[in-house]
Design a binder for this molecule. Sequence first.
Ligand SMILES: C[S@@+](CC[C@H](N)C(=O)[O-])C[C@H]1O[C@@H](n2cnc3c(N)ncnc32)[C@H](O)[C@@H]1O
Length: 372
Amino acid sequence: MIFDGATPEKSLTGWGRRHRFAGSKDRAAIRDHVFQALRCRASYGWLGSAETGRGVMLGAMRAAGQVDEMFSGIAHAPRVVEEGEDARALEDADRATKNDMPAWLLPYFDSALGDDSDGVMEILKTRAGVFLRVNAARTDTMEMIDVLAQDGVTAVPVADIKNALQVTENERRVAQSDAYLAGLIELQDASSQHAMIGLGLTAGQRVLDLCAGGGGKALAMAALGADVTAHDIDPRRMVDLAPRAERAGVVIETVSTDQLSTLVPFDVVLVDAPCSGSGTWRRTPAAKWDLTPERLLELTQIQDDVLAQAATLVGSDGTLAYATCSVFDVENIDRIQDFIKTQGDFKMVSKTLRRPCAGGDGFFIAQLCRTA
Ligand SMILES: C[S@@+](CC[C@H](N)C(=O)[O-])C[C@H]1O[C@@H](n2cnc3c(N)ncnc32)[C@H](O)[C@@H]1O
């Protein structure tokens, strides 16, 4: 089903409903298998002789050295390996298959990451870490480690990011923990937290989060003391923002597109642009197989449009920050260069690309100001 285009989340929820005997631990284990199979769909398919559900799972078991044990044909186990399903070595596969990436995307990784390209794609085959942002206005990061431990969650500080914790045990318990329900922590990737701190916001600065979505960045900026206004072209995406802000003890006004012109100028406008999400494909592995050249082009056009809109909303001494969770130049530096060429009166003052790694997702952010 998923290989035919059904979304993994919906398919897994549907499976859980149809198989009530499966408890929460079984469902979580199945989810992990499905997501790992999606991350490694091509290489597992190669190892299992076919890019089908059976072939990919056979390849997964071959990679884990558990074929005889799992493909035993006994009771509910899959039937034994048949003719035509012989093992083959991954060394004999092409580069795209080895890297579990659609072949057309390889040049995008190569041009952005050079010699690190294969290493980054290798990382995208693994599970991402879980990170928390501690609400520093209401609690202390070290104290939060003890509070989470009482709910069975183990977390450790993140070296270069103030108020960030990485969950090292029982991440599934976070969303039910007292600390989470009381708004003392938020789930937020380390790279996003790093980028928001890097904006250097000062208390009371008027900030517009132009593409606010669920409000992760808006909440982080409000926690840093900024006076945040949130907007999204699709207001339904912001429905969780008010309860999340209330839980965190901050005020974030959400506004419609029509209201924006009455609120200008802002000191800072953040464009957290819709993108391919290539830096986060560990978390959403189906997305790398679903992306098409046409959709990537469409995204770059949306990115140009949002940047142009943002330029009309930022004050003359203000900062325009452009961010994506993609590593591709075509969604990052190329967009900034085209914007500067078209607008004429902006210059880039900084840019940072964090690559997907053990310490967080891939994330790009550039800050611009006006030249005159
Ligand atoms: C990357 S997501 C935002 C994630 C969010 N900032 C967060 O931290 O959770 C991009 C958002 O941009 C919104 N969007 C797309 N086109 C837009 C436009 N032209 N103007 C404003 N928002 C737009 C989408 O609806 C989506 O919610």
